[in-house]
Design a protein around this ligand. Structure first.
Ligand code: AMP
Ligand code: GLY
Length: 417
């Protein structure tokens, strides 16, 4: 398992049900963490967590060594590495998505913006750690984003090409599709909370919480996603000579005129993974190995249990997270019935220098070392119980300035905080 966040912790736990798992670099909260070059590790299956090593061709390099790898090569990872290329492919595949234009020059970009109606959506073409998207009702703010992106001041080269999109409205849904290059099987759906503050206020983040299942989703909708979104995408990729073996994460918006694709990611969602994978009752290891081998075994089963994860983040996240604070109450949180806590940005010392290594998973104190620090995950017979357990466990955890949302899955269970 390659990676170091809460997503990788959850993957390691679920793969660990029937496999011996080594995580690199991992972090001191993930048992089995070793800080080693993945290409130097001998394993029967490699699972690559984050997008950056995928975009950088790690899966290709491992495959060249004859390894079995779950994760696309650099060619397929371009779906996440270039939004302009992704949109071009979607149009070609006939996948429903927001109307868009791609620009490298200010004047035509501003001209296109003037033809749009709010909300205005401006995105960097390249990777910007989830922060390169502006959604705003203000034309001035959208025009400023265009200028900041194209000049390179906001996101360097990642912003020198940008995509302007039609603003869509509706509920968002995350669907993780396990692909073997030709065929696909969908994992249970999840809903993610992207804004920092309760009530979907504040800046966009990597995700402040998630839950699964999502009550407004039925089998019909998932079948539509499989047949009208994921399969045509795999077919177009294949036509371009791309053998996509890995997870295709479809970020969808359920608009009044049907589901539309906001984006593809080429990796598991974080924190969606933390609520989706623990629900599986069939072997994740066998599933990912079959996809990696190009022979998908689509027999996925999952429990009717519900899961809710609440992200505990550092003060200042996402803009400038404060780090180096001692985390208290982790054991008490883990003692709450049905609760697991996955570790994301943690370190074994307050300097935060050592994010992996030999002492990983030991009993020592943990310190904050990133923006998103812990994913407190509750399981229950229904969403209400899962949410109640997660929130009870969150109440046990503290460090100076810790922030979390209190409305994760609240609307889904008919509550307003
Ligand atoms: P992305 O990284 O493309 O998923 O965008 C991040 C977030 O911005 C999404 O989860 C949505 O909340 C929002 N967003 C992206 N594209 C659109 C759009 N075309 N219309 C409305 N909101 C959008
Ligand atoms: N939770 C959103 C993402 O993983 O991109």
């Amino acid at each position: 398992m390659v990676g170091s966040g809460g997503r990788e912790h959850a993957l390691a736990v679920v793969l660990g049900r029937d496999a011996e798992v080594v995580v690199t670099p991992g972090n001191p909260g993930i048992p089995g963490s070793v800080d080693r070059d993945p290409e130097e590790i001998d394993a029967d299956l490699f699972v690559i967590g984050p997008e950056a090593p995928l975009v950088g061709g790690l899966a290709d390099r491992l495959r060249e060594r004859g390894r079995l790898v779950f994760g696309p090569g650099a060619d397929g990872a371009r779906l996440e590495g270039s939004k302009a290329w992704m949109k071009e492919l979607l149009v070609e595949a006939g996948v429903p998505t927001a109307a868009h234009g791609t620009f490298t020059e200010v004047a035509p970009a501003l001209g296109f913006l003037d033809t749009m109606t709010p909300p205005f959506v401006v995105k960097t073409d390249g990777l910007a750690a989830g922060k390169g998207v502006v959604v705003t009702d203000s034309l001035t703010e959208a025009r400023n984003a265009v200028e900041d992106y194209l000049s390179g001041t906001a996101f360097g080269d990642a912003g020198r090409t940008l995509v302007i999109e039609e603003g869509l409205v509706g509920a968002e849904l995350s669907v993780l599709a396990v692909c073997d290059g030709t065929d696909t099987v969908l994992l249970p759906e999840a809903q993610d909370f992207k804004r920092a503050l309760d009530g979907d206020l504040g800046p966009n983040t990597g995700g402040m919480g998630a839950y699964s299942p999502v009550p407004l989703v039925d089998d019909q909708l998932l079948e539509t996603v499989r047949t009208e979104f994921v399969l045509p995408t795999l077919a177009i990729l294949r036509a371009r000579g791309i053998d996509y073996r890995g997870v295709l994460y479809a970020g969808l918006m359920l608009t009044p005129t049907g589901p539309k694709l906001l984006e593809y990611n080429v990796r598991f969602g974080d924190p969606e993974t933390q609520v989706v994978l623990p629900r599986l009752t069939s072997s994740l290891t066998d599933l990912l190995a079959s996809a990696a081998a190009g022979q998908l075994d689509p027999s996925v089963t999952c429990t009717g249990d519900a899961m809710v994860t609440v992200v505990c983040a550092s003060e200042g996240y996402p803009r400038s997270p404060r780090t180096g604070d001692r985390i208290d109450g982790l054991e008490a949180a883990r003692a709450v019935e049905g609760v697991e806590v996955f570790c994301a940005g943690v370190s074994a010392d307050s300097a935060g220098a050592d994010s992996g290594g030999a002492d990983a998973g030991g009993a020592g104190a943990l310190f904050t070392a990133g923006g998103r620090v812990l994913d407190v995950t509750g399981r229950g017979a229904n969403l209400q119980q899962a949410r109640e357990r997660a929130m009870r466990a969150v109440a046990e955890i503290s460090w100076p300035g810790m922030q979390h949302r209190s409305d994760i899955a609240a609307a889904a269970v008919g509550e307003r905080p």
